[in-house]
Design a protein around this ligand. Structure first.
Ligand code: 3EB
Length: 335
């Protein structure tokens, strides 16, 4: 079995649809996508390279894929890898007080994901991509990102998953409109979690950031047969547990890259494939204000050189964060 990641800034991908596990498409005013695989669609502006961003995970070796829809999750499985996408419209959720609609939607989404993975015998989440509308908005007396964290954390516990330690890599961003959408990759083996010595683990954040801490690792090493994937979670200008350089997008970008560099040192120490340098990954940078693109880009290009970076407009999950950067690498393991 051999997995690869295909990316393009064009509307079409040169790919055999029968071999695609799943993927994502980002762009404002996206045309309706007619693809056979689970696809996470994000209606937000791709700032560079234009006009849109597409990525898909492809299984190379002609292995037949199974597809299904389970409790609203579109999924595909090839060998022992599973990719899925769920969208939940909060307005259609019946929340049991005191749960808020977004909290309930987040709980329901994760509960369904865990039921699917248990039924498939692939219990280990590797990477989650979480997006929701108005992430910094407040309702029911609580910021919406914090409501999401409550639903997610409760579902991890209800699904008999740990909320500390060996938890998946993730990102959580706000987009202008659309349902709560969660994409995920899962497999038969646990990830190797990676933390950042410069930062308090997110699952240990103090309660000033909300009643429930976020459930993610700073990075995860995952091992499909013969390969290693490094997923670096969304990384922002946080040192310890505090935002640093509020209001200064240039310094926030520098600090985010400093954090990624520190995560790569830890990932390298746990890697089966050799060490990871900043230039070895592909990245997505989330920029809160489109007008900040040039500043973010100049810092990123200086630090990352020619590494591929897609810049997307999105709201970061603390209102004082202006930028967040995530990355991934896929390598063959020595035989
Ligand atoms: C942070 O470090 C920034 O809630 O899944 C980054 C990656 C962030 C993932 C998540 C949140 C998440 O706290 C925010």
């Amino acid at each position: 079995m051999s997995l690869s990641l295909l990316t393009s800034c064009l509307p079409t991908l040169p790919v055999d649809a029968a071999a695609v596990l799943g993927g994502a498409r980002v762009g404002a005013d996206l045309p309706v996508a007619r693809v056979a695989w689970p696809l996470q669609c994000l209606q937000t502006t791709v700032l560079a390279p234009q006009p849109l961003s597409q990525e898909c995970w492809v299984l190379q070796d002609g292995l037949p894929l199974q597809s299904g829809v389970s409790e609203g999750i579109a999924w595909r499985r090839g060998g022992d890898l599973l990719f899925g996408v769920i969208e939940i419209d909060e307005a259609a959720v019946t929340a049991q007080a005191p749960h808020t609609p977004l909290q309930q939607a987040s709980f329901d989404a994760y509960a369904r994901i865990f039921r699917l993975l248990d039924a498939q015998g692939l219990p280990h989440l590797w990477r989650l991509w979480n997006y929701m509308a108005d992430i910094n908005g407040e309702s029911h007396g609580l910021e919406r990102y914090r409501q999401f964290n409550m639903g997610r954390g409760d579902a991890f516990e209800a699904g008999a998953r740990s909320v500390v330690g060996r938890v998946p890599a993730a990102c959580a961003l706000g987009v202008a409109t659309g349902p709560l959408t969660i994409a995920f990759m899962a497999g038969p083996t646990p990830i190797v979690p990676v933390e950042n010595p410069r930062q308090v683990s997110a699952f240990l954040y103090p309660d000033r950031y909300g009643p429930r801490s976020p459930t993610f690792s700073r990075a995860a090493l995952a091992h499909p047969p013969g390969q290693e994937i490094l997923f670096v979670s969304g990384t922002a200008s946080i040192v310890g547990h505090q935002t640093v350089h509020a209001g200064d997008v240039r310094a926030q970008t520098e600090e985010s890259l400093e954090n990624i560099a520190a995560v790569l040192v830890e990932a390298s120490a746990n890697s089966r494939s050799g060490s990871y340098a900043l230039g070895d990954l592909g990245y997505r940078a989330y920029v809160r204000h489109a007008a900040d693109l040039d500043v973010v880009r100049s810092v990123v290009e200086r630090r990352l050189g020619g590494a591929p970076v897609v810049y997307v407009q999105a709201d970061v999950c603390r209102s004082d964060l202006l930028v967040e950067i995530e990355g991934q690498a896929l390598r063959e393991l020595p035989a």
